[in-house]
Design a protein. Structure first.
Length: 322
């Protein structure tokens, strides 16, 4: 993946958790018009309910109506932006394949050490659905494609800006210990019985034995690779404290080239190999250049994108009927 595309992918955060099926008592009507498209009360209220349910423990009963009103204003604004982006994507001929949506979701789950069952259970607890989550992910990918096509060429980062940012934020680059890892994951499906877990552990032990017998880690990682997992099991650099404790403790105890034993995780089992360690002290501007450049690029991209979107909103026919 090219650097600009990687940065764009990072910028396109999964921002809009999808809405559930709306309650039957909602009387539908149009609450917003965006050029030739509309947003209905059904769509808006079902999304508001997800937000209220997610934060219900932090909302006092006497504040619920006010919070709901504020949420409606914010959510209808985001829904308008989503429609504008879809309209712009159609105009530009930008499409997103179902396979791309699936791969993006799988990659997100891998980074968060979640299974598909974990995600679906989390959505159910919020009153949402997986289909709506897919729609949200598709919107994120559309946003990323538009940023790549319309914004990327307008943004650049100079060496002077990199140096100035580093000097201003030097404290953020002290003491960050990172390790580059390869990982072989053997998930155990949620709600599986002891036998399924025992079988995966046995499989993990067999793979570890083959590694210690001289077979390449990369080959065995590819052999067990699932979905969007990276080729060769190379998950890149991770910072200490960002992974599940069961993995984090082992990962940062390994020396470069060293392979772990079988690690039990909440999702199943894993085997790690450390490739390289960095940090643990103050990093120079040279060592942090790529990270600083990425940050500045992302910040500029977001600012330019917001300006671009504001221009589209000004030119669009938008009516809000809350």
């Amino acid at each position: 993946m090219s650097k600009p595309y990687r940065i764009l992918a990072a910028a396109a955060i999964l921002f809009f958790i999808a809405a559930p099926v709306a309650r039957a008592e909602i009387v539908d009507r149009i609450v917003a018009v965006v050029n030739d498209d509309v947003i209905t009360l059904y769509e808006l209220e079902s999304t508001v309910e997800v937000i209220l349910k997610r934060y219900e423990h932090n909302i006092r009963p006497e504040d619920r109506d006010r919070v709901a009103a504020d949420a409606r204003k914010a959510i209808v604004g985001r829904m308008i932006n989503d429609l504008l982006l879809r309209q712009e994507a159609r105009r530009l001929g930008i499409t997103v394949r179902e396979e791309e949506v699936t791969n993006t979701i799988q990659e997100s789950l891998r980074k968060r050490n979640m299974s598909m069952d974990d995600l679906q259970q989390a959505l159910a607890r919020e009153g949402s659905t997986f289909d709506k989550y897919r729609d949200s992910t598709r919107n994120d990918l559309i946003r990323m494609r538009i940023m790549q096509r319309e914004i990327r060429q307008r943004v650049s980062v100079t060496p002077e800006e990199i140096g100035a940012y580093y000097r201003e934020h030097r404290g953020e680059y002290e003491g960050k210990l990172r390790v580059r890892l390869q990982m072989i994951s053997l998930p155990v499906p949620a709600n599986s019985g002891p036998q399924a877990k025992a079988e995966q552990r046995e499989k993990a032990e067999a793979i570890l034995k083959r590694i210690r017998g001289g077979e390449p880690f990369e080959a065995l990682a590819n052999e067990t690779r699932q979905g969007a997992e990276p080729a060769g099991g190379d998950i890149g650099y991770v910072e200490k404290g960002t992974m599940h404790p069961s993995i984090d403790e082992v990962a940062f105890s390994l020396k470069p080239g060293e392979v772990s034993g079988v690690i039990e995780t909440p999702q199943g089992f894993a085997i790690l190999r450390a490739l390289e360690r960095r940090g643990g002290g103050s990093l120079s501007v040279k060592e942090t250049r790529e990270d600083v450049e990425d940050r500045l690029y992302r910040m500029k991209m977001e600012k330019k994108f917001e300006e671009w979107l504001a221009e589209r909103r000004q030119k669009a026919h938008i009516e809000i009927r809350l």
